[in-house]
Structures are given as structure tokens and as C-alpha cells.
Design a protein around this ligand. Structure first.
Ligand code: GLA
Length: 428
């Protein structure tokens, strides 16, 4: 709500970066969701987020029998049980300063993402300048910065990892699929399986991106007519998350009916259901056809409600406050997605710069996205965050609002001009 200023009007003082997040104590504190969805008999990976001085000794009571916990790293791995149902686990963490316990219910059924996904995505920082090294660095930084102790989990590769259509460039050009029709990566991603193994070894998950059309938004190979093969390939590589971005599909149906908008998303859902892996499914089509009204019906775990975000007050605030009215469509396993975060260093290219949001605007951004039960995908360079950015992303009380197990998105309960009050119920 910027007011026009005349030349001699006093300028407001530059905002200070006020730190509002308390420092974590030396005693253990377990963070992260208290409910977790998984499908029967699928590979399972979860690293217990926990602050406190290392070494910490982790334990878990009530784990289903084919899941094992590494007491030193806090990583739980294995396969979920065949039997559907709720498995009530008590996690604990102990060090020289104390012990923490936290309930963690594993719900084995059909629904993933019982709380909004939290992680990082390459787009808002690197754009198409992304490569394998940057993804490894993001995973390393997620751990080294301590973000991992606050519930951040996914490392997601966005566009530009495939081969680019009609390109002579020796790095991103070349054959786009092998003789069997399987997707090939471009030379910036020489070994996808080694990359997913690297990320998983740290207890993190990894996501990928493609389009249902013949090409992606940036003109790289899409899944059109290879959907099942691609779903199988994503599972074989070990991906845990797929962002499925409309773009090139516009060339298949330029003026889609509502049914035609749903069709490619429903189809990829069916393909994902057939592979031996839990893959969180993110719909990206910028809100066409009021996607919030049917995103869950076609099997999406989240769906973008608007066009792309930018690091300006106008973009962030109109997207964020514009979510009013969509709250009834969000809930455990199916979330409105007002797009990725624009705090920290961003740039959509190899050239990064600090976010253009002022410090207070950044506080508003993180607070609002938490209230909105939005997926939280960090968009900045994780290897280059200042203390202010890190504090914005590690406030456990704020994150706990976002991850509340009721999954109720806040609604606007009062408005007078530019003043608004938003509220949401929490489980307790
Ligand atoms: C679209 C999406 C963005 C990003 C780019 C990649 O613009 O909305 O989030 O994935 O494509 O090309």
C-alpha cells in the first residue's frame, strides 16, 4: 500500500532487519509435523528435525516393523507396512542438556502431504542456470545452515534439467530421449541417480519438474505422449516430488475446456499411482479454471493458484492476500499454492541479488504464507543467507502454525481499507 510521495516529503527511514526468532537452546527440541502420510509398502525416508547441541541420541517407540531409525542421525528408513492404518509413534531426542519427546503419527493410506510440503526449489534463484553442483550445494547448505532441524525437507529441481528443443548448444541440446523413449538429462545433470542418492543420504528428499506438453515453459523436453515412461523414470531415479507445469500443453489444446484442463493432470496422477514410490504431486497451471475447486479431485497434493511471484510488494501482497476465499479448498493432502518464497538472494539466473522486499515485507510474506497453510518452498541461494533470512525461515512457532495438523488455511475475518485481520483455527 505505497502512497505517492512528493519530492520534499520526508522519506521513511530504511527499515532495520529486526531479529524476532529466539535462538534455539542447547537442549533438544523436536520440530516438524506431527502427522505424516505414506502409502502402503512404499520406500520411506524421514529425518527427525531437531535442534540442540550434538551429539543427540534419537529413539522412536511404536515404529512399524519394516522401518528403522538410525539413533545418531535421526533418519528413519525402510518400507511402510502393507496394512493401512494409523501408527502412533513417539519420537525422542536426548543430549547432555535434556530430553525431548514428540508424537509423530504415520498414517498409511492414500494421502501424502498431510501437512504442506517444506523445502527449496531452484527456480527463483537459479532459473535455467541450474546444474547438478548447485543442487548438491543446496542440499549441503540445507544441512549446514541448520534449516534441516526446523522441518525443511525437499530439494526440488525446477525447469531446465532436460534437453532443450531445437538447440545446437552442446550442453543443453542433443537427443532428448533414448531409443526406448526414456528421458535424457542435459549435460548439466550428468548422473541423476547419483544426485538423488546424494540428497537422500542426508535424509532429505528430492523433487523434479516437467510439463504435460511437448515442451516446458523454458522450452525443454516435456512428457507429452511419454507420461507413463516418465513417471517410471522419475521413480527409478528416486524422485519424491513432481511439479507438473502446463506451459507447452497450450499447444495441444489452445482454448481448453474445463475437462481438457483436468485431463493431463488426471492422467499423470494415474501414471504416478502405478510406480513403486511416494511422489508428492504439485500442479502448476497458474490458477486456470479455478483449479482450487478441482485440484484435489484430479489427485493433486498442491496447485498453484496464481501466476509467477516476484520479489516486489505488489506481487507478493496481491498473491498472498488474494488467497481470501480459497480456504475451503485446502486441507491435509491438498493445498493451495501461492508460489515459492522470495526472501533471501534471488535472481532467476546466474546473477543473484538480495530480495527487493523490505525486511518488514519479508516478515509479512513468511507470516502470511504460514497462516495460509501454503507449501513453503524457499527460493533463495541457501549457501548465501544472512542471519535475518535464516531467522525468517527458522522460527519454530511460525512454522508450527503452517504445519498444524488440522490443515485449516486462514481466512480474512475483518477488513477496513488496507487493514486486515486473518485467523485460522489450530488443533489445540
Ligand atoms: C513457470 C512456472 C514457474 C517455473 C517456470 C519454469 O513460469 O510458473 O514456477 O517453474 O515455469 O520455466
Amino acid at each position: 500500500g505505497e502512497k505517492p510521495r512528493t519530492i520534499d516529503a520526508p522519506q521513511p527511514p530504511a527499515e532495520e532487519k529486526v531479529i524476532l526468532t529466539p535462538k534455539p537452546g542447547p537442549q533438544p527440541r523436536i520440530n516438524g509435523p506431527t502427522v505424516y502420510g505414506a502409502r502402503p509398502r512404499r520406500p520411506f525416508l524421514y529425518r527427525i528435525p531437531c535442534t540442540g547441541t550434538r551429539p543427540i541420541q534419537f529413539a522412536a517407540v511404536g515404529l512399524p516393523k519394516d522401518l528403522r531409525l538410525n539413533p545418531v542421525t535421526g533418519i528413519i528408513e525402510g518400507r511402510t507396512p502393507v496394512e493401512r492404518g494409523e501408527y502412533s509413534v513417539i519420537l525422542s531426542a536426548a543430549n547432555a542438556h535434556g530430553t525431548a519427546k514428540r508424537p509423530f503419527k504415520i498414517i498409511v493410506g492414500d494421502t501424502l502431504a498431510l501437512t504442506p510440503p517444506m523445502g527449496w526449489n531452484s527456480w527463483n534463484c537459479w532459473g535455467c542456470a541450474v546444474d547438478e553442483k548447485k543442487i548438491r550445494e543446496a542440499a549441503d547448505s540445507m544441512v549446514a545452515s541448520g534449516l534441516i532441524h526446523h522441518g525443511w525437507q525437499y530439494i526440488n529441481i525446477d525447469d531446465c534439467w532436460m534437453v532443450r528443443l531445437n538447440s545446437d548448444d552442446p550442453i543443453v541440446g542433443g537427443p532428448r530421449r533414448d531409443e526406448a523413449g526414456r528421458l535424457l538429462t542435459n549435460k548439466r545433470f550428468p548422473d541423476m541417480k547419483a544426485l538423488t542418492d546424494y540428497v537422500h543420504a542426508q535424509g532429505l528428499k528430492i523433487g523434479t519438474y516437467i510439463s504435460p506438453g511437448p515442451w516446458t515453459c523454458a522450452g525443454y523436453e516435456g512428457s507429452w505422449q511419454h507420461e507413463q515412461l516418465d513417471a517410471r523414470q522419475f521413480a527409478a531415479w528416486g524422485f519424491d516430488y513432481l511439479k507438473y507445469d502446463w506451459c507447452g500443453y497450450g499447444s495441444i489444446v489452445p482454448n481448453p475446456t474445463l475437462e481438457q484442463m483436468k485431463e493431463p493432470y488426471r492422467f499423470m496422477r494415474m501414471c504416478l499411482d502405478r510406480v513403486d514410490r511416494d511422489i508428492v504431486y504439485s500442479l502448476c497451471q497458474y490458477g486456470m479454471g479455478n483449479v482450487w475447486e478441482w485440484g484435489a479431485e484430479v489427485g493433486g497434493n498442491l496447485w498453484r493458484t496464481t501466476g509467477d511471484i516476484h520479489d516486489s510488494w505488489n506481487s507478493m501482497s496481491s498473491i498472498g492476500f488474494g488467497q481470501a476465499g480459497t480456504e475451503q479448498y485446502a486441507g491435509p493432502g491438498h493445498w493451495n499454492d501461492p508460489d515459492m518464497l522470495v526472501v533471501g538472494k534471488v535472481g532467476w539466473s546466474a546473477n543473484l541479488r538480495p530480495s527487493n522486499l523490505t525486511p518488514n515485507e519479508q516478515v509479512t510474506h513468511i507470516t502470511l504464507w504460514s497462516l495460509l497453510a501454503s507449501p513453503l518452498l524457499i527460493g533463495c541461494d541457501l549457501s548465501d543467507m544472512d542471519q535475518f533470512t535464516l531467522d525468517l525461515l527458522t522460527n519454530d512457532e511460525v512454522i508450527e502454525v503452517n504445519q498444524d495438523m488440522l490443515g485449516k488455511q486462514a481466512s480474512r475475518v475483518w477488513k477496513d481499507g488496507e487493514l486486515e485481520v486473518w485467523a485460522r483455527p489450530l488443533w489445540d
